[in-house]
Design a protein around this ligand. Structure first.
Ligand code: NAD
Ligand code: TDX
Length: 352
């Protein structure tokens, strides 16, 4: 058995990744280390919680003694590091939390891994999951490559950029075997509803305004979360140590076009007259420092390792909309307390 320690496994991508690993690797044991912040939710993993190969450890990645004890207990050979503060708008409201988790937390993990693995580094991997936002903002042309210079603009992307640099520093300075991937916008079930797609789907359900920042012309490159997990698996098993791989959907959408598409699919799936959803679109004050366009060039991953996105966008959007419409208990649980306060501060209106 090989033991993998996944950080942030109770979040959106982490929970999909744990399910993927347990499904595809019968000889893997998975230890999920998660602090269960507002974004962490063990309901995301209900279907695997009784699997004997799965263990949950509640801990903060910036808490060195706690992480050290977890390494001693489980002796992982692989770290898949996803734990992070992940929402750009929250990073504008409270940047300190992003420095603590994304920077200090990542360095804490690197130090503990280095200490525990020092005697035999050769069969170990520290895999850092990062974002395309570290590369900054594109104009109408071009795509991010692995050698695009870093140019982060938000406290979130600055903290992720810093964490990427520290991971590389641990490779170059101490020889820690690392892999890094930088992925575009993910979508799918279990995404916390502060993010654009679940927010729009849930507001459509309730007839609430659909807030589009600025003029809605910012562009994002969308990838089905399962395709991201498959890419991580592919890189973990075939990627060259010390390298970075970009992951993207080759699927660019202006926000306004995406929101309109979700409205159309929502009307169709719920049997409402065409055009109903779109009437709720409301242009609101732009995000400060809003990056204009992200687009990933995933040629390296495609040619070296043969990975390609597989899920057609409309199919993924339909599945996502249906999931949010049929998982009432999950929605009610996450849209409570802290989230209601955040929503009111961010959008100036109440959800309930
Ligand atoms: P998420 O916010 O849904 O989940 C983050 C998880 O980390 C939560 O379970 C939370 O409880 C946990 N966490 C937060 N702080 C912690 C701490 N100090 N100690 C331990 N656990 C902590 O995030 P996500 O969207 O699933 O993103 C996962 C990773 O993927 C992040 O590193 C993010 O930067 C990266 N990423 C996300 C996207 C995207 O579109 N969502 C795209 C590219 C990269
Ligand atoms: O209410 C909204 N209205 C709106 O117009 C929200 C929440 C967002 N937007 C815009 C901002 C972005 O241009 O939609 C786009 C997508 O926004 P988010 O879902 O907040 O994602 P983004 O800021 O692009 O960052 C995401 O992708 C990269 C993830 O949140 C990050 O964790 C990941 O690293």
């Amino acid at each position: 058995m090989r033991t993998l320690l996944v950080t942030g496994g109770a979040g959106f991508i982490g929970s999909h990744l744990i399910r993927h690993l347990l499904d595809h690797h019968p000889d893997y044991r998975v230890v999920n280390v998660d602090a269960l912040t507002y974004a962490g939710n063990l309901m995301n993993l209900q279907d695997v919680q009784d699997d004997p190969r799965y263990t949950f450890e509640k801990a903060d990645i910036a808490d060195a003694p706690a992480i050290d004890a977890i390494f001693s207990r489980h002796q992982p050979e692989v770290v898949l590091h996803l734990a992070a503060e992940s929402h750009v708008d929250r990073s504008i409201l409270d940047p300190g939390a992003f420095v603590r988790t994304n920077v200090v937390g990542t360095v804490t993990l690197l130090r503990v891994a280095q200490k525990h693995w020092a005697d035999k580094l050769s069969d170990k991997v520290f895999y850092h999951v990062s974002t395309d936002e570290v590369y900054g903002s594109l104009g109408a042309e071009g795509r991010f490559r692995e050698d695009t210079p870093y140019d982060p603009h938000s406290p979130y992307s600055a903290s992720k950029a810093a964490s990427d640099h520290f991971v590389r520093a641990w490779h170059d300075t101490y020889g820690l075997p690392v892999l890094i991937s930088n992925c575009s916008n993910n979508y799918g079930p279990y995404q916390f509803p502060e993010k654009l797609l679940p927010l729009v789907i849930l507001n459509l359900r309730e007839g609430k305004p659909l807030p589009v920042y600025g003029t809605g012309e910012n562009v994002r490159d969308w990838l089905w979360v399962g395709d991201h997990c498959r890419a991580i698996d592919t890189i973990l098993h075939g990627g060259r140590i010390g390298q970075t791989y970009n992951i993207g959907g080759d699927n660019e959408w202006r926000n306004i076009d995406l929101v309109r598409r979700v409205c159309q699919l929502f009307d169709e799936l719920t049997g409402r007259p065409a055009g109903t959803g779109e009437r709720s679109i409301t242009f609101v004050t732009d995000r400060p420092g809003h990056d204009q366009r992200y687009a990933i060039d995933a040629t390296k991953l495609q040619t070296e390792l043969g990975w390609r996105p597989q899920t057609p966008f409309d199919a993924g959007l339909r599945e996502t909309i249906n999931w949010y419409l049929t998982n009432e208990a999950w929605v009610a649980a996450v849209r409570s307390g802290e989230y209601l306060r955040y929503y009111e501060e961010q959008y100036g209106s109440r959800l309930s």
